[in-house]
Ligand binder design. Sequence first.
Ligand code: GLU
Length: 282
Amino acid sequence: MLNRQELKDKKRIVIKIGSSSLTHTETGSINLLKMEKLVRVLTDLQNQGKDVILVSSGAIAVGREAFGLREKPKEKPMKQACAAVGQARLMMVYQKLFAEYNQIPAQILMTKYTMIDDISRENAQNTFEELFKMGVIPIVNENDTVATDEIEFGDNDTLSAIVTALVHGDLLILLSDIDGLYTDDPHKNPEAKFIDYVEVIDDSLIEMGKGSNSLVGTGGMSTKISAARIATDSGADMVIANGDDVYVINEIIEGNNVGTLFKAHKGSDFVLLDYISTNQYH
Ligand code: GLU
């Protein structure tokens, strides 16, 4: 069993926050207080000498708010139009908040193609390394405005795990609207039990990962479990925790028993491409 205290020594940390954690449930508008806290926590990690990446959703949600749409857009062109408007707004808010702490953020937008193509993948990797050297916090999202079904990851759980593997991160934190992994959907089954530690991701665990109840985000529990498989196989520990209070990030890194911890399994034969389905693309 992994000692949670080991999380204190993690050097390269990827944190993923979903749209449902960044917006107010009632209105769909940006939760500024939460973003402000998140930016402070991330800057402080960077001040401690850690390399930090934020994978932030919210482009479509923020764009939808800008257009005054009550419903989630269904058609792809409308989603992409929302993302085009929303991503810029989202970055504007991040820039402003990070500037208060003299922290430089950067924007990295990716598609599956970025990972499949050897040159693009290497370029992305080099960019991350250079940004870390400069003390920058990269903010990653899928490039929704150009991603089509063939080249989209579709959810940022998967994207954040792939980014973790790409940069050889040693910890991935998925901030969700649920405390972690349960034996069943706790919204429907009051008997559902919380699982605080996962040593190995086996078939029964995958079975447990039912769909999510989230209205705003895209990833359910099963996408989180497949993200855990990618991250842990690549050599990173992963924690799913409730992003309701972003100070949970500090608690995790202090080694407190919060969220569900998935233990890393460093395989010497890890090949990132094997985890990205390329069949649709080629
Ligand atoms: N890339 C999408 C966005 O920023 C979100 C994907 C996700 O929530 O997993 O709106």
